[in-house]
Design a protein around this ligand. Structure first.
Ligand code: IPE
Ligand code: IPE
Ligand code: MG
Length: 235
């Protein structure tokens, strides 16, 4: 990549198209998810080595529980394996791994995998990798309201003094706003991904399916990001 490129501070990736990737090859959907997970490992290394500080990925939405239990179970098994196997790699790369999502309805082994990965990487500083799992943007806002309400009741602050900045601190993770959101597979929708954090994000919808979204595709995405003129309401 050219050094003069303007890097987004926080990139979001809606990793879509694993099922179609597998179908095109006459494979089971599960193999598409496996290919997606393998691709993510290479992609993350590349992105953080460029100097990007925050990456959030959409791994499993609250709505994805509506899928066939066999697929849901396969995905949960894949997460547990991925978290265990990749822990050393995250530590070696210096990446802090955090999770966003609801703990409700998640299997104990998934929760254990989440806690152990967060704990093993909590002091690492090269970059922050946020995994949205059992995540819904609306649920995150509702959960934030509940926590905020409790603190107001406790007298931590007055309702009249609540600002958007304060609300941001009540999200699952205290993250900077998203600058750039990429959704692979050509679908042009948000599907409940980080609604609060993406209010001024630039969006990019490449046709390529997530298992094929490689380093070159990421470079293309960055080129596109660099063509955007972010105005934030100004001129
Ligand atoms: C994204 O790929 C992965 C998850 C939602 C877990 P999909 O499984 O949605 O793939 P398509 O959209 O069916 O191709
Ligand atoms: C969004 O993809 C969720 C993830 C990528 C994890 P979906 O494939 O679930 O979204 P819809 O159903 O097409 O909107
Ligand atoms: Mg999909």
């Amino acid at each position: 990549m050219n050094n003069e490129i303007n890097l987004p501070n926080h990139v979001g990736i809606i990793m879509d198209g694993n099922g179609r990737w597998a179908k095109k090859r006459g494979l089971k959907r599960s193999l598409g998810h496996k290919a997606g997970a393998d691709n993510l490992e290479k992609l993350l290394k590349y992105i953080f080595n460029l100097g990007i500080k925050y990456v959030s990925v959409y791994a499993f939405s609250t709505e994805n529980f509506n899928r066939d239990p066999e697929e849901v179970n396969y995905l949960m098994d894949l997460f547990v394996k991925y978290f265990t196997k990749k822990k050393k790699i995250f530590v070696k790369e210096g990446l802090k791994v955090i999770f966003s999502g609801s703990r409700n309805n998640l299997r104990d082994d998934v929760l254990k995998g989440i806690d152990s990965l967060e704990d093993a990487t909590k002091d690492l500083k090269k970059g922050t990798f946020n995994i949205c799992l059992n995540y819904g943007g609306r649920l995150e806002i509702v959960d934030a309201f509940k926590k905020l309400y409790k603190d107001i009741e406790l007298g931590c602050f007055d309702i009249d003094h609540v600002t958007p900045e304060i609300v941001s601190h009540y999200m699952y993770q205290d993250l900077p706003d998203l600058d750039f959101v990429i959704r692979t597979s050509g679908e042009q929708r948000i599907s409940n991904f980080m609604l609060w954090q993406s209010s001024y994000a630039e969006y990019y919808f490449p046709q390529v399916l997530f298992p094929d979204f490689d380093e070159k595709e990421f470079d293309k995405a960055l080129e596109e990001y660099n063509k955007r003129h972010r105005r934030f309401g100004g001129v």
